[in-house]
Design a binder for this molecule. Structure first.
Ligand code: GLA
Length: 432
């Protein structure tokens, strides 16, 4: 058999290792209720914050009117505690009639009218984690069809109250059932989080075939220690997790808590930077009606978002853990660009970290550097030139690095594309 024939046979028989629904070629962005609003169902005493159609309408208004949608934050996702405690006469899930008096299809319409997408929550098991009706193996087809009939765009499928055997059947079955509805519904699987997140219990090749994203690890809380624990787990296991991600299939370290109560501004930038490096879904869980301008600026940072949304879809890695408490992260981007994050675990004072691009494995050349959160151009930097970055305690310095001028003329202005035309360019020299 000639080489060409052998290649063709191979090409035909090698399976395509991604969920074939064409969705989420870059990490999804939007808003998700859980971390901030939990299972608050007390609409009588807490009408502004309870899980109700009003809350999702409010957030849809904010996403569409305050510049979020244009930046890519398009999903509005309902989490647990939306359902009525009983299925209807036909065995279908139904929304709590008091808190969602207009029903989910109406809410979907409201959200679609604003150019947004609606996500909903279900659970592979007898009950959701909050004790609401779950989806047992027998319910899968009905529930997938119900979500499609309601014109839902995404399903987060949790895994409370089921065992490993049921999950092994249920998660692929739901993927098939969603596809069979004919409606494109992005599929978020909590399966790996229930199986410890690592092989041999978790099969990331299979996950890539059936899910668009998956929770690998425990729930985020509104605290710096929670963000740190999660980031550490993901980067400690990067050799396993990093190759699992790609267009249409993403690791999910859980929501952004930027804009809530637990993180300082430094820590908020750190979460945004590390989630961008990880190619993580960017689901905010905060109050967009009252968010501070500082948190908004971080979440709306165009270059950080551009790095997160890079079309090549390669998840980044931790390159270095220094004794000093500085860690360096790196993500390759399209057009030969890249991102670097210098992160400080220190708790004393800004640390002046001395390094060079060559020490960080950059090849020979002169690179254009843009400081993502300072929002300024730092000028050309040779791989061999030593530089100092000053990194604040629990904070980051994040750089967007264009291809070296001598590498590829066409890509020299990638930074411009990411930033959009509105930003000023300054040449302020390289040292911070
Ligand atoms: C689990 C999930 C959370 C949230 C809650 C809802 O804990 O991991 O993200 O969906 O259930 O009860």
């Amino acid at each position: 058999m000639g080489f060409a024939v052998a290649f063709c046979v191979l090409a035909i028989t090698v399976p395509i290792f991604t969920l074939d629904n064409g969705l989420m070629r870059t990490p999804p962005m939007g808003w998700l209720a859980w971390e901030r609003y939990r299972c608050d169902i007390d609409c009588q005493n807490d009408p502004k914050n309870c899980i109700s159609e009003a809350l999702f309408r409010d957030m849809a208004d904010r996403l569409s009117e305050d510049g979020w949608r244009e930046l890519g934050y398009v999903y509005i996702n309902i989490d647990d505690c939306w359902a009525s405690m009983d299925r209807d006469a036909n065995g279908r899930l139904q929304a709590d009639p008091k808190r969602f008096p207009s029903g989910i299809p109406h809410l979907a319409q409201y959200i679609h009218d604003r150019g947004l997408k609606l996500g909903i929550y279900g659970d592979m098991g007898t009950h959701t984690c909050g004790g609401y009706p779950g989806t047992t193996l027998d319910d899968i087809t009905t529930d997938a069809q119900t979500f499609a009939d309601w014109e839902v765009d995404m399903l987060k499928f949790d895994g409370c109250y089921s065992n490993a055997k049921e999950q092994e059947k249920g998660y692929p079955a739901m993927s098939k059932a969603l596809n069979a509805t004919g409606r494109p519904i992005a599929y978020s699987c909590s399966w790996p989080a229930y199986q410890g997140g690592l092989p041999p219990k978790v099969n990331y090749t299979q996950l890539g075939e059936i899910c668009n994203l998956w929770r690998n690890y425990g729930d985020i809380q509104d605290s710096w220690s929670s963000v740190l624990t999660i980031a550490d787990w993901f980067f400690n296991n990067q050799d396993i997790l990093q190759p699992a991600a790609g267009p249409g299939r993403w690791n999910d370290p859980d929501m952004l808590v930027v804009g809530d109560f637990g993180l300082s501004m430094e820590q908020s930038r750190s979460q945004m930077a590390l989630w961008a490096i990880m190619a993580a879904p960017l689901f905010m869980s905060n109050d967009l009606r009252t968010i501070s301008s500082g948190a908004r600026t971080i979440l709306q940072n165009r270059v950080a978002i551009g790095i997160n949304q890079d079309p090549m879809g390669v998840q980044g890695r931790r390159l270095l853990v220094e004794k000093s408490g500085i860690e360096v992260f790196w993500r390759p981007l399209s057009d030969k660009a890249s991102a670097l994050v210098f992160f400080s675990r220190r708790t004393d004072m800004p640390y002046r970290y001395l390094t060079s691009l060559a020490k960080l494995h950059y090849t020979h050349g002169t690179y254009q550097i843009y400081d993502v959160f300072a929002e300024r151009e730092l000028g050309p930097l040779k791989d061999s030139t030593d530089f100092v970055v000053s990194v604040n305690p629990t904070g980051v310095v994040m750089w967007y690095i264009s291809a070296p001028a001598d590498a590829d003329q066409n890509s020299a202005h990638m930074g411009e594309k990411l930033r959009g035309p509105a930003l000023h360019r300054k040449s302020d020299g390289i040292l911070l």
